[in-house]
Design a protein around this ligand. Structure first.
Ligand code: SF4
Length: 463
């Protein structure tokens, strides 16, 4: 996936409780999750965990983890963190997380990965009850809802459970409350959330790769609808259940290949996608070449299954940062060359299978194929390890309109012609499901099929 406007990752959350200061671990944990959001980062810690008057300290800013926390240190042995790419709410500092809420019963900090469908409706109701909003994020709506339900029930966990009754959409949350870290995963299980442990340190993280960085052992996934409380001991509660619908795109693209999700290693899934793609759409060729980095693991699988040698025929410039903006169309044409350059000695006169995980608008692939042809390639057969994306996502992934997707308007043959490939094939839906290894009923496939797990929300009333 290398279109000018990539499908962006959503966000990542991280929570940790230990007997020692956690800031450094939270920093490295977020560093490992940076691929899920590069716009802003933040950490909140709690000091005086044995006192009634604990204090929440927050540092957050726009930028990468390495930029945001330069020269910063927060004390405390409990904390949460967040990296963000905005899916709702604008990209500005007031919307950075963790978010702190102060209300009659105290305060808590919260970080969220996902997107709430009925956020506007809930906001209207909460405002009617006196809530005042400081941000434009759906995260604050969840936090205000929990605060109001806490006041009603007099119990924080009951407040979360009540809030879960009303929330429609994707939310993996970490909450810093009263010296505890609380992890919450929505009943659909759209976004991942895992629990790790080493001695007296417990971690909650969007992905297990952050645990590996800290040498923390992955214990298990936090289950859809589960509320895990890490205090003096570990407690687990169950909130509102729904039909399990794990996001298939976490396996295809978002998550790091070294993460394990819903007990399934992402690397294995992507490799298997390549193997299945090779069986479903074989072609006579000299080399299998990935579009780096998104096509690498599927290419390993395609090469293994087809016995066509794997080659790094394209070099990626790893120093092209997120601020890489080209001012005009001419320069945009050149942008692909700045990011990706073919190794002509490797590809000249060769028939290649070019592998990527998805095609968004097709513009980058078209330019890339042109560059490969200029480099002397004989044939370019494109293979894609995810079925065509035709529909928007409403669950926290930045692809919210049909117009963005070439496959929503054009057939595979038309796309092949538009990108200038000699052939084009996508993995089948059954092939994708087979590679993931979960039953179809437990996956969200909405952006592929248009069949979404959450039907249009009915008018609701808060109790
Ligand atoms: S619609 Fe697509 S991207 Fe969105 S949650 Fe479902 S599978 Fe994931």
């Amino acid at each position: 996936m290398n279109d000018q406007k990539d499908i962006r990752e959503n966000c990542a959350v991280f929570g940790i409780r230990s007997s020692k200061d956690i800031f450094t671990d939270a920093y490295y944990g977020l560093y490992a999750l940076q691929h899920r959001g590069q716009e802003s980062a933040g950490i909140a810690t709690y000091t005086n965990t044995n006192s009634d008057k604990g204090e929440i300290n927050v540092h957050k800013d726009m930028g990468l983890v390495s930029e945001v926390f330069k020269g910063v240190y927060l004390e405390g042995n409990v904390g949460i963190g967040h990296v963000r790419y905005s899916t709702t709410g604008s990209s500005e500092i007031k919307n950075a997380q963790p978010l702190t809420i102060n209300y009659a019963k105290g305060s808590f900090a919260m970080a969220h990965n996902g997107n709430i469908l009925n956020a506007d409706e809930l906001k209207r109701i909460l405002e009617g009850r006196g809530s005042i909003f400081a941000t434009t994020t759906d995260t604050e709506i969840i936090a205000q809802l929990i605060a109001q339900e806490h006041m009603k029930t007099n119990d924080f966990i009951d407040g979360i459970k009540n809030a879960m009754e009303y929330l429609k959409g994707a939310y993996s949350l970490v909450i810093l409350y009263d010296g505890k870290v609380i992890g919450v995963r929505d009943g659909w299980g759209f976004r991942p959330l895992v629990l790790g442990k080493k001695k007296d340190t417990y971690v909650i993280s969007s992905e297990s790769c952050a645990l590996d960085t800290l040498d923390i052992k992955l214990v298990r996934d936090i289950k859809p609808s589960e509320i895990v409380v890490i205090g003096e001991k570990l407690e687990s509660y169950t909130g509102k259940k729904h039909k399990i619908s794990h996001c298939m795109f976490e396996y295809v693209y978002f998550s790091r290949p070294d993460s394990i999700m819903n007990e399934i290693p992402i690397y294995d899934v992507r490799k298997k996608m390549g193997e299945i793609l090779a069986r479903e759409s074989p072609v006579s060729a000299d080399l299998v070449i990935p579009v780096p980095d998104s096509g690498i693991t599927a290419s390993v699988g395609y090469s293994k299954e087809s016995n066509i040698p794997y080659s790094e025929g394209l070099m990626k410039n790893r120093y092209v940062g997120r601020t890489f903006i080209l001012p005009d169309q001419n320069q945009r044409e050149r942008s692909v060359r700045v990011k990706l350059n073919p190794i002509t000695s490797e590809i000249k006169d060769k028939k290649i299978v070019l592998i990527d995980d998805s095609i968004v608008r097709g513009t980058t692939l078209r330019r890339l194929i042109r560059i490969l042809r200029e480099g002397g390639v004989a044939k370019v057969h494109v293979r894609i390890s995810c079925p065509p994306i035709r529909f928007p996502c409403m669950y926290g992934i930045d692809m919210q309109t049909h117009e963005e997707f070439i496959a929503s308007k054009k057939s595979v043959e038309q796309i092949k012609n538009e990108i200038g490939a000699d052939s084009l094939a996508y993995i089948s839906l059954d092939g994708l499901i087979d590679a993931i290894g979960l039953p179809k009923e437990k996956l969200c496939l909405g952006c592929l099929t248009g069949d979404y797990p959450i039907k249009k929300a009915k008018q609701m009333k808060l109790g």
